[in-house]
Design a protein around this ligand. Structure first.
Ligand code: CO8
Length: 258
């Protein structure tokens, strides 16, 4: 598929997807989100991809859902079409890891898109916010639900009710991002992290992603059981034998995803 709103590059098992609507601060319209879903779906099927990285421009990861696209819509329009629901599902059902590399603004749907990824690496210039309250609405793709899990009730309330932006340092302190790096090194760091993951066995990587995501959704007792069973299940793989033997033989493991 020829994409108009994103740019996709695959190299060394990493699929780098750049949101590309420079005139609109990468605002998320339906076309962009649909293209993103298709690109991630293709990445999921492609043996040459083991990890995805989503990024924007230096100025904006994404400044939110496209306000110009939404302004005239009615309740019936957004409810009947279930606005953005299938697009969100296309992103969150990907089983390979997705890293968000955020520089500049990640606002509204932009912050929500970053939170749909498995973790966020932020440039020191990153600014996160849920400013929907200023538009007479509220977050609609995780900016109250996922954000509360990530940063806790107090910060989530503060951000969504005041609409204020959070800088990279505060975002790291609050648990929204996993690391902050100089803006110029953002892509290098994010792709570096992706390459590191790409070297691991795909089965453990997939199991880890599934287990951490389930932990967010289940009571602790059930999450622990789910984790334990996946851990047990990995003993049915060749990669478990290879990984443990390589450790004992003091060599690098050669994982084969089996
Ligand atoms: N939508 C559409 N266009 C946008 C958006 C946006 N979210 N953000 C920026 N743009 C456009 C501007 O309109 C402008 O275009 P033009 O030149 O044609 O006027 C261009 O990008 C550049 O923007 P600015 O001139 O405003 O640039 P500044 O550097 O002055 O400011 C800001 C940058 C601070 C990012 C500012 O543009 C801004 O505040 N943007 C809007 C942020 C916002 O409110 N985001 C939330 C949107 S609502 C949302 O995301 C809801 C998601 C949940 C959906 C769930 C559905 C179920």
């Amino acid at each position: 598929m020829a994409y108009k709103n994103i740019v996709v590059d695959i190299e060394d098992y990493v699929c780098l997807i750049r949101l590309n609507r420079p005139d609109a601060m990468n605002a998320l319209n339906l076309d962009l989100l649909q293209e993103l879903g298709v690109a991630l779906g293709e990445a999921q099927k492609n043996d040459k991809v083991r990890v995805c990285v989503i990024t924007g421009s230096e100025k904006a990861f994404a400044a939110g859902a496209d306000v110009k696209m939404m302004a005239e819509k009615s309740f019936v329009d957004v409810f009947a079409s279930d606005l953005f629901t299938s697009e969100e599902a296309a992103i969150t059902r990907v089983r390979k890891p997705i890293i968000a590399a955020v520089s500049g603004y990640a606002l509204g749907g932009g912050c929500e898109l970053a939170m749909m990824c498995d973790f966020i690496i932020a440039a020191d210039s990153a600014k996160f916010g849920q400013p929907e309250v200023n538009l007479g609405v509220m977050p609609g793709m995780g900016g109250s639900a996922r954000l509360t899990k990530l940063v806790g009730r107090a910060k989530a309330m503060d951000m969504a009710l005041t609409g204020r932006m959070m800088g990279a340092e505060e975002a790291e302190r609050s648990g929204l991002v996993s690391r902050v790096v100089p803006a110029k090194k953002l892509i290098e760091e994010a792709v570096g992290a992706a390459r590191k993951i790409a070297e691991k066995g795909a089965l453990s990587v997939m199991a880890i992603k599934e287990s951490v995501n389930r932990a967010d959704e289940m009571p602790l007792k059930e999450a622990l059981l789910f984790e334990r069973r996946l851990f047990h299940a990995l003993f049915a793989t060749e990669d478990q034998k290879e990984g443990m033997n390589a450790f004992m033989e003091k060599r690098e493991p050669q994982f084969r995803d089996r």
